[in-house]
Design a protein around this ligand. Structure first.
Ligand code: SF4
Length: 369
């Protein structure tokens, strides 16, 4: 694996916490896909919309949330889009249907707002692979290095970082850093390997973290799906760590680039409308299929792997969203000193949408997220 070094593997082995919460240990994680309420979705939708009006709240939902949660939200998107919505909203309350680090980012960008996470168990296995103490240790081993953190990190880790990036602007971020400066890239080893390859820089050290969901979207699955559906376009949404392994596989030559489109959320939503194809294979967490199927009922969408589902995203149910609005829980706050240090890195991420796609040349792409 490019970028690995002894320290990286040691850190990876100590830092990876399968089944961890990614939420600072605030609550135990329980993976349950079952609905938690006998109340029909339509009634809960009405309750949530009423409560949102009463609270002057906006409901934001990530693409990987349950379909019924996406359907009740004011805005559905990826983590960068949600960050932008959180930063510009005039609502007093933000109900963040996503995972903990995303709600933290919203709280940092909108410190005067009340940011709510309906279920504190909504963590992230990728964010869990590194904490602030581990990053400080890594930095001490590489004095003077520039720290670039993928958005899937805790506020404490962002506070220790110089730049925060998404999959859409990682290459731009790296290219903006003088070539003679060593870079510590974390925590996604696939995105790190990919930006090393695309930028051609050898002085990027990569933290060996990964998202557990990506394991369901490996090149073998992709080859199988593409052989089953030879006329289908192949769409990749590299958000959130779950499909960065596919981007890396494409740039490494492990996946045939013919017919591949690496797309932002909006690009993915628009692509079927611009394409003559009737079938599409989608490589990302399966939650995004809901919007595609709803928007294009005449087209057929296949998951690269139906098992690529993030259990952390799925802990949020309609009943929990309603309870969150009713009781204004669970409030996500970030200590002022940490927020101030993290804000600069995050604002750079929000400002740079990715004018140079983080994709191998020659592929169908749109500009980042
Ligand atoms: S899909 Fe992976 S990276 Fe995204 S929230 Fe879930 S565990 Fe974290």
């Amino acid at each position: 694996m490019p970028g690995q070094h002894r320290g990286d593997w040691r850190n990876y082995n100590e830092g990876f916490a399968p089944g961890g919460t990614g939420n600072g240990g605030l609550a135990p994680i329980e993976f349950s896909m079952a609905a938690t309420s006998a109340v029909p979705d339509t009634a809960l939708h009405e309750d949530i919309r009423r409560l949102a009006r009463e609270r002057n709240a906006v409901v934001l939902a990530h693409n990987y949330e349950r379909p019924e949660v996406q359907d009740v939200a004011d805005y559905v998107g990826d983590s960068l889009g949600l960050s932008r919505e959180a930063a510009k909203t005039s609502a007093d309350v933000i109900v963040f249907c996503g995972v903990h680090f995303m709600a933290e980012t919203a709280a940092i960008l909108s410190p005067a707002k009340t940011v709510l996470l309906p279920d504190l168990a909504a963590g992230c296995s990728l964010a869990d692979t590194i904490n602030a103490a581990q990053l400080r240790q890594w930095k001490s081993e590489h004095p003077g290095a520039v720290v670039v953190s993928y958005v899937n990190t805790s506020a404490e880790v962002k506070a220790e970082s110089d730049y925060c990036c998404t999959s859409g602007n990682a290459v731009d971020m790296i290219n903006a850093i003088p070539g003679d400066r060593e870079i510590l890239f974390l925590p996604d080893m696939y995105l790190g390997a990919h930006v090393r390859r695309i930028t051609g820089r050898a002085n990027i050290r990569v933290w060996m973290g990964e998202c557990h969901v990506h394991a369901g979207i490996d090149p073998e699955n992709i080859r199988l799906q593409r052989s089953l559906h030879p006329g289908a376009e192949f769409l990749i949404h590299p958000e959130c760590g779950c499909a960065t392994s596919v981007v890396e596989a494409v740039s490494a030559g492990d996946v045939d680039p013919d017919g591949v489109h690496i797309l932002s959320t909006e690009g993915m939503m628009q692509r079927p409308g611009k394409s003559a194809a009737s079938e599409f294979i989608v490589a990302t967490e399966v939650g995004i299929l809901h919007r595609l199927r709803r928007n294009y009922p005449g087209r057929t969408f296949y998951a690269a792997n139906e098992r690529a589902s993030c259990a952390y995203m799925k802990v949020t149910t309609l009943a929990k969203v309603a309870e969150s609005l009713e009781h204004l829980r669970h409030r996500i706050t970030v200590p002022a000193d940490i927020a101030a240090r993290a804000r600069t890195a995050i604002e750079r991420m929000v400002a740079i949408g990715g004018t140079t796609p983080s994709t191998p040349p020659g592929l169908g792409v749109d500009p980042g997220e």
